[in-house]
Design a protein around this ligand. Sequence first.
Ligand SMILES: NC(=O)c1ccc[n+]([C@@H]2O[C@H](COP(=O)([O-])OP(=O)(O)OC[C@H]3O[C@@H](n4cnc5c(N)ncnc54)[C@H](OP(=O)(O)O)[C@@H]3O)[C@@H](O)[C@H]2O)c1
Length: 291
Amino acid sequence: MILVTGATGGIGRRVVRLLRQQEKSVRAFVRLSSRYSELEHRGAEIFIGDLRQDKDIQQACKGVDYIISTHGSGSDALSLDYRANIELIDQAKASGVKHFVLISVLGADRGYEDAPVFKAKRAVEKYLEASGVNYTILRPSGLASNLLPLAERFRETGLYLLIGDPKNRTSIVSTDDLAKIAVDSLTVEGARNQTLAVGGPEILTRGDIPQIFGRIFNKQPIVINAPLFAIDGLRSALGLFNPQTQQALGTYRTLLANEFFCTKEEITNLEKIFNFKLETLENFVRRYLAV
Ligand SMILES: NC(=O)c1ccc[n+]([C@@H]2O[C@H](COP(=O)([O-])OP(=O)(O)OC[C@H]3O[C@@H](n4cnc5c(N)ncnc54)[C@H](OP(=O)(O)O)[C@@H]3O)[C@@H](O)[C@H]2O)c1
């Protein structure tokens, strides 16, 4: 039995689909409010719970052989990115789970002080590495699926909002490729006890993205380039009445202010370990938006 957390999210949903295509037994950890009927139709066992509750995690881990942790936190990094993963690892250790796959984030090891998600991910990575449980830690850069709503808006309007430096580099990864890598990590020998950066096959600048959309939709991009201090202003205002959201914006600001890309060597290594060619952002968007 394979437990997937964040099973209704961008990565988790794809992980469950792949596992069910392979006819594997899957337990999908979902919230009552989640949109999980597709997973149920595909034959996943639905476990309804809340990852903030240790007893729900303990219950969900019963009889599980593998765990793929893909959940995200929104604004509660402490409860979800940190505590829930620590509890999952403790349960994995106690019940002799064979392999644990953790979705972390590219740059988790760079010591960004103002980014709670990055700090939580790094602490969990270290805990997992020291746990004695077989693991694969995947550190993705930005996910291509996050760009689909922006691509759809671009198709309608030709507009693209770019916050921060357009020259910052990124390697957007196909969310389908990331899901495949997460699933294959359970069995591929070269992935065992490895921490792997995961990106797309090309290093892009953030300014390349509207150009790619322009090519796909045959439209001249109108790029609105907002400066980073727009986020700073918003953070200061929010801090007055919502400190948690202010902290979450720290993670968002870190993502916008820095470069997140994989080196050519990291990508070559990834393609070698998992024995397939990674998909470009352009291909991903064309596939999903049928253009
Ligand atoms: N998005 C990116 O560009 C990016 C880049 C690098 C790394 N990552 C990492 O990748 C992982 C997944 O990202 P994603 O974009 O796929 O996330 P996502 O689409 O936002 O999905 C988050 C998932 O976590 C679930 N969840 C949230 N709170 C929960 C709770 N209290 N109890 C149970 N489930 C809960 C959500 O359930 P509901 O459906 O009920 O909301 C959803 O299934 C995260 O760990 C994120 O840090 C993301």
